[in-house]
Design a protein around this ligand. Structure first.
Ligand code: PFF
Length: 444
């Protein structure tokens, strides 16, 4: 099998983790839940729950060195063939990629339009964002561009495609964010942003905030669709998967925090509200950039480019588990598996974007949700949590503990292993089950 180098793995897994989730979603939910206390809960979710599942997926991948479906069978203590059904999770990646590509298309459109002009008022910005989400032709154009780029990269394989792209885009992303952070540091509102993000006010925390933090911890670390498992299958034998997991979690968390600091500094500087929801990046920020003249335009272009780079490295990681599955299970060539998976997510993306339009909206909506929202709901509220629960229950109850112990103790202490094992066996499945029940609306 085509393998990563160790540093290539860390970059690619960090590239997968760092995406729209960090730069777009984390700041807006932090804003909605009032800042510091939410950030603290989020950090705990990453450390106790996200990191445990990340290490779990990474262990299975590195041990079995195969696609998700056969990796579960190979790792299970009795090689039980029923575990092959755990492979269902690879399809989540294709569904997420469908709407993620549409959103990345919007951002690419923002890069292009930032060259000519930026909206000067929130009402204009809001109207043009709403118009974009209903404009079929523009969205198809950008969704196609993003899809072709993703397909082109994955066609080249792990080493020549995914590793190389991460090697270029991740440093570029870091450079842009560093530049934006320096600029934010020079503004008066930076200290206010620090206070907002790091001084907790626990009166703002409720059950919704806890669940949002937990869901975000999963999404941002790319868990529950087999990406980390599949990437880890391409780790060189004997690599320290625990250390790599820790590095990826640290990089991912730092980028989310830095993005938050940059965005809140900009918002406070302009006196704009911090709880603007999903429109924060698409509506509030462009108006602020516009008030800064030419400098604002340069910042807008850099910011949206950073989002595109972060998103592309995540997008390629969403398709890889399904590719590996089709290649190994059905003996397909990489080319035909890519064409098949590419066609699936591209068509689903078209359905998602049509479902937001006035023309096809009612045709493509069911039970009060359009197809775009359904794809988001089914993956992040059902399939991903289910896959994460399954992974933990699998390791806690259906894999030989001795095997885990020997694999872990090569790289870490007995104490760390015991803590991880307890978390994976008891706390994590319980926490995610509560999340799942809540998302399904079974309790409120
Ligand atoms: N972690 C990515 C983000 O924060 O944007 C999203 C993601 C990538 C989710 C890959 C799932 C995945 F497999």
């Amino acid at each position: 099998m085509n393998k990563f180098s160790r540093i290539g793995f860390i970059l690619a897994a960090a590239g997968s983790a760092v995406g729209l989730g960090n730069i777009w979603k984390f700041p807006y939910i932090t804003g909605e839940f009032g800042g510091g206390a939410f950030v603290l809960v989020y950090l705990l979710c990453i450390l106790l729950i996200g990191l445990s599942v990340f290490i779990a997926e990474s262990f299975i991948g590195q041990y079995a060195e195969s696609n998700v479906s056969s990796a579960f069978v190979k790792t299970s203590s009795k090689k039980n063939p029923l575990w092959k059904y755990a492979g269902f999770m690879v399809f989540s990646g294709l569904i997420i990629l469908a709407f993620y590509s549409v959103v990345l298309g919007w951002i690419l459109h923002y890069v292009v339009s930032s060259f000519s002009s930026l909206p000067s008022e929130a009402s204009i910005a809001g109207a043009s964002f709403a118009a974009l989400t209903k404009d079929i032709n523009t969205q198809i154009f950008y969704h196609t561009l993003i899809s072709v780029t993703v397909i082109y990269i994955v066609l080249k394989g792990i080493k020549e495609g995914i590793e190389k792209v991460n090697l270029i885009l991740m440093p570029l992303l870091a450079l842009i964010l560093f530049g934006l952070l320096l600029y934010a540091l020079s503004l008066d509102s930076f200290s206010k942003a620090m206070g907002f993000m790091f001084v907790p006010d626990f009166s703002k925390i409720n059950a919704d905030a806890l669940l949002a933090a937990l869901g975000q911890a999963f999404f941002t670390l790319s868990l529950g669709i087999g990406t980390i498992l599949t990437y880890s299958a391409a780790l060189p034998k004997g690599s320290n998967f625990i250390k790599s997991s820790l590095y990826v979690a640290i990089i991912d968390t730092s980028i989310a925090l830095i993005s938050g600091l940059i965005i809140f500094t900009f918002l406070f500087e302009a006196g704009a509200p911090s709880a603007a929801g999903p429109g924060l990046v698409f509506i509030s920020l462009p108006v602020i950039f516009s008030s800064w003249g030419i400098l604002g335009q340069v910042i807008a272009i850099s910011f949206f480019m950073a989002l595109v780079f972060a998103g592309i490295t995540s997008a390629v990681s969403m398709i890889e588990p399904a590719l590996m599955f089709f290649i190994e299970r059905f003996k397909m060539t990489r080319r035909s598996a890519t064409v098949l998976c590419g066609a699936i997510f591209y068509i689903l993306g078209i359905i998602a974007l049509l479902s937001m339009s006035d023309e096809y909206g009612s045709l493509l909506s069911f039970s009060g949700k359009n197809a775009f929202d359904w794809m988001d709901f089914i993956t992040s509220s059902v399939m991903m949590p289910l896959a994460a629960i399954l992974t933990c229950v699998f390791l806690g109850y259906f894999v030989d503990k001795k095997l885990l112990q020997t694999s872990f103790e090569k790289h870490t202490s007995v104490l760390v292993f015991n803590i991880w094992y307890m978390l994976v066996k008891y706390l994590v499945p319980l926490a995610i089950t509560i999340l799942l029940i809540n998302k399904l609306g079974l309790i409120s």
